[in-house]
Design a protein. Structure first.
Length: 181
């Protein structure tokens, strides 16, 4: 599946053929990405990325755990996807990360907006959550720019490594927030 954002950016369903590009991006940006993302410390070799992709591709369709590569000019620049989807309560969470060289171009903001549209209009879910580590200002800016509601702090909500945890700012967007306007 491809979700086209504009003439240069698209979200493309994760495929096993993406493993090398994803691993090389993580491996070459360990310090930058590892400051905020727990999987960086656990991604030590290409097989770790291949195993992650296999786990995504083998998730039952009814779980709605869509994961997309973010591509600019058909080059891999990051990942975005749904996680912790609760179909009974019609809600999901969006997670994302972007390579350092692609920061500050509006790529994630556009990608999250497109994914929200997909979630509300194609998957017919009602609630989207975005959680961002306190201090990760570029990430926190995304839900703020998209008009999400700040709901509070999830204390030590994300393990990074060893005994290091990040507190998370929790934001949400409801289908009624979009369609009530």
């Amino acid at each position: 599946m491809i979700l086209k954002i504009d003439d240069t950016i698209e979200l493309k369903s994760l495929a096993q053929s993406d493993a090398l590009a994803i691993f090389n991006t993580i491996d070459s940006q360990r310090i930058y990405l590892g400051k905020w993302l727990p999987f960086v410390a656990l991604t030590k070799e290409l097989a770790d990325t291949e195993n992650f992709i296999n786990s995504v591709l083998n998730t039952p369709k009814e779980k709605l755990e869509f994961v997309f590569t973010i591509r600019k000019h058909d080059e891999f620049v990051g990942l975005i996807g749904l996680k912790n989807t609760d179909t009974l309560n019609k809600k999901t969470e969006i997670g994302y990360w972007l390579s350092e060289k692609s920061q500050g171009q509006g790529i994630i903001t556009k990608s999250v907006a497109k994914l929200c549209d997909f979630i509300f209009n194609e998957l017919h879910l009602n609630r989207i959550e975005i959680k961002c580590a306190i201090g990760n200002e570029p990430s926190i800016g995304i839900p703020k720019r998209l008009g999400c509601t700040f709901e509070g702090i999830e204390r030590q909500g994300e393990w990074i490594k060893d005994d290091l945890y990040h507190d998370l700012e929790v934001y949400s967007k409801l289908k009624s927030d979009v369609f009530a306007k």
